[in-house]
Design a protein around this ligand. Structure first.
Ligand code: HEM
Length: 126
């Protein structure tokens, strides 16, 4: 069998990533971040906040630091993105919104809604 030599174009800075692909990558990354960092940290902070008065004060001091707050903001976005994208995937599993144009607009909506919710909740929690 003769293999055709096809030209390759792999300039990653030039290749445009479709929005559904970006949402898919972020959904996987946010799921892993929630599993590895969000859940253990959330449980640790929860346990600390309930253990004793001193531990609660320690937890409040840690959680009040700007860097920790920034990290928690990142985890909040990870959860909200994962949640919104998760709902999109569940609707896709029910064969809703499968057309190309719908897939593009729903993935764009996931990015916008999760960022907007992060902003609104982040401002209240800061
Ligand atoms: C702390 C909570 C959560 C953690 C740690 C988590 C973690 C994960 C991980 C690691 C994956 C696999 C990602 C991949 O391999 O592509 C996943 C997939 C998924 N998650 Fe979550 N998740 C959480 C919450 C949620 C919530 C609240 C929803 C509902 C909206 C959700 C919906 C989904 C769906 C639908 C998939 C499958 C996506 C697909 O078809 O590829 N998850 N999750």
């Amino acid at each position: 069998m003769i293999k055709k030599k096809r030209p390759k174009y792999l300039d990653l800075t030039e290749i445009k990533m479709p929005t559904p692909a970006l949402v898919s990558i972020l959904h996987r990354a946010s799921g892993i971040a929630l599993y590895l960092v969000g859940v253990p940290l959330g449980l640790y902070f929860f346990q600390m906040s309930l253990a004793s008065e001193q531990q609660y004060a320690q937890f409040a001091a840690i959680a009040g630091h700007w860097f920790v707050k920034l990290m928690l903001l990142g985890l909040l976005w990870a959860f909200l993105h994962h949640f919104c994208a998760g709902i999109r995937y569940l609707t896709l599993d029910m064969h809703m919104g499968e057309e190309l144009q719908q897939a593009r607009s729903t993935s764009f909506a996931v990015l916008v809604v999760s960022l907007a919710l992060t902003l609104v909740l982040g401002v209240q929690l800061w």
